[in-house]
Design a protein around this ligand. Structure first.
Ligand SMILES: NC(=O)c1ccc[n+]([C@@H]2O[C@H](COP(=O)([O-])OP(=O)(O)OC[C@H]3O[C@@H](n4cnc5c(N)ncnc54)[C@H](O)[C@@H]3O)[C@@H](O)[C@H]2O)c1
Length: 401
């Protein structure tokens, strides 16, 4: 098995891939870790270089550059995308700036990685897809960062579904449960304002589970029936943000996004799906749970136990059939031949290493990375259908194609 130190040397004839990242907080830190680590673990055709990072405050972005290992710091994303020593722009800002930065970066000749959700509206996402398609003709590539596809256990689940181990799918059941908004005094951060975030739990958590459910099932949703709710409509204004949290300042403001979104959905194959995305599931911290039931078996995954996949093989004798735990740490499992010996598990941050790995390979090989901006647009259309259905009291709403 390749160990991190051993596999680092296989750098190829291709030039380094010089990355410029916009935003350096939660996702900025996670992506930095991915870019820093990926070439030390995986054999890569191009070696990522942390060329420059961008924020808006000069002292803060310089400190972030030093902490996370970026060579240079910029205070304007336009200056970052104009740099000759940047090949790929990695967008880790809130959704309100994704479209503008991505379209400009593609026009400037860069590859682009953009955090999810792709944009705040379908129209913005469509403009991003148009820009990506034009850039593709010039050899530039664009990807959206749905990192939960890169958990070895979810990638294994997809493989098992594609192999037909579950047979025809009947149910896809997904929840993404957090609880950081339970306190009504939690401040009004950008995630709670529609002009910054596009939507609330729906675009933040719902986008992830729509992408993951479709990825694992291997098909796209055709329509939804939805309910959304905003439980706490006014909150203290927010000061500096750290992670999901922030300090309160004086005064209050309106919450303009959903707090929770529940929806049922159909797959064209006839399978039924259900989704729940909330920040009010008291006691649940990052509980992304996925279960698939097919005619021959079932699979279940819980992000809070991300090295495990539960599998029930319905073709076994009922005398000894039952859910069993696959410890997803074997070299035969996705991504794991480059990591640690069996049983030495991975965590959340490794999904960003895997995301960087997959993107570097796609760029070096000149092929479209998954998920594409078009995939991100399709998720955006599902989110829009959820909002439309919720506005009409759950009327079943087909997803635009
Ligand atoms: N993949 C995941 O699991 C995951 C998790 C959290 C967030 N996200 C997504 O990542 C994105 C960023 O979220 P976050 O949690 O990192 O937010 P954050 O608030 O922690 O960080 C946002 C960063 O963007 C910077 N920024 C904002 N506007 C800017 C501008 N105009 N120019 C330069 N920098 C600017 C801020 O200074 C900050 O560094 C969002 O799209 C979010 O949905 C993804």
């Amino acid at each position: 098995m390749a160990q991190p130190q051993q596999s680092a040397g296989a750098e190829a004839e291709q030039p380094p891939l010089r990355v410029g990242m916009v935003g350096y907080a939660f996702m900025g830190a996670a992506h930095s870790q991915g870019w820093r680590t990926v070439g030390r673990v995986f054999d890569l055709p191009r070696r990522p270089v942390l060329a420059a990072v961008c924020g808006r405050d000069a002292a803060a972005v310089r400190a972030a550059a030093d902490r996370h290992g970026w060579a240079a710091a910029e205070t304007d994303w336009r200056a970052l995308i104009a740099r000759d020593d940047v090949d790929l722009v990695d967008i880790c800002t809130p959704g309100d700036s994704h479209a503008e930065i991505a379209v400009a970066a593609l026009a400037a000749g860069k590859h682009v990685l953009c955090e999810k959700p792709l944009a705040n509206t379908v129209e913005e996402a469509e403009a991003m897809v148009r820009a990506a398609e034009q850039a593709r003709e010039r050899g530039q590539l664009a990807m959206v960062g749905f990192n939960y596809r890169r958990v070895p256990a979810t990638a294994l689940a997809r493989r098992m579904v594609a192999e037909g181990r579950l047979g025809r799918l009947r149910h896809v059941r997904v929840t993404y449960l957090q609880d950081w908004l339970v306190d009504p005094q939690f401040p009004l951060t950008w995630r709670l304002r529609r002009e910054h975030a596009g939507s609330g739990s729906l675009g933040d958590l719902g986008a992830h589970i729509v992408d993951l459910a479709q990825y694992v099932a291997g098909e796209r949703l055709s329509g939804v029936s939805a309910l959304t709710e905003t439980f706490v409509r006014e909150r203290p204004l927010a000061g500096a943000v750290k992670g999901l949290a922030a300090a309160a300042t004086g005064g209050t403001g309106q919450v303009t996004v959903d707090d929770a979104a529940l929806f049922t959905a159909r797959f064209p194959s006839g399978a039924l799906a259900s989704f729940e995305a909330t920040r009010y599931a008291t006691g649940r911290k990052n509980a992304l749970r996925l279960e698939l039931n097919g005619e021959h078996g079932s699979l279940a995954f819980d992000l809070e136990r991300l090295n495990e996949l539960s599998y029930h093989d319905g073709t076994e004798s009922p005398a000894h059939a039952g859910f069993r735990r696959i410890l997803v740490t074997e070299p035969e499992h996705p991504y794991l031949d480059a990591w640690w010996p069996p049983g030495h598990g991975l965590g959340y941050e490794h999904t960003f290493v895997h995301q960087a790995r997959d993107l570097v390979h796609a760029i070096a090989e000149g092929r479209q990375p998954d998920p594409s901006f078009a995939d991100g647009l399709q998720v955006q259309r599902v989110l829009a259908a959820v909002e439309e259905s919720a506005e009409k009291n759950s009327v079943y709403t087909p997803i635009a194609v």
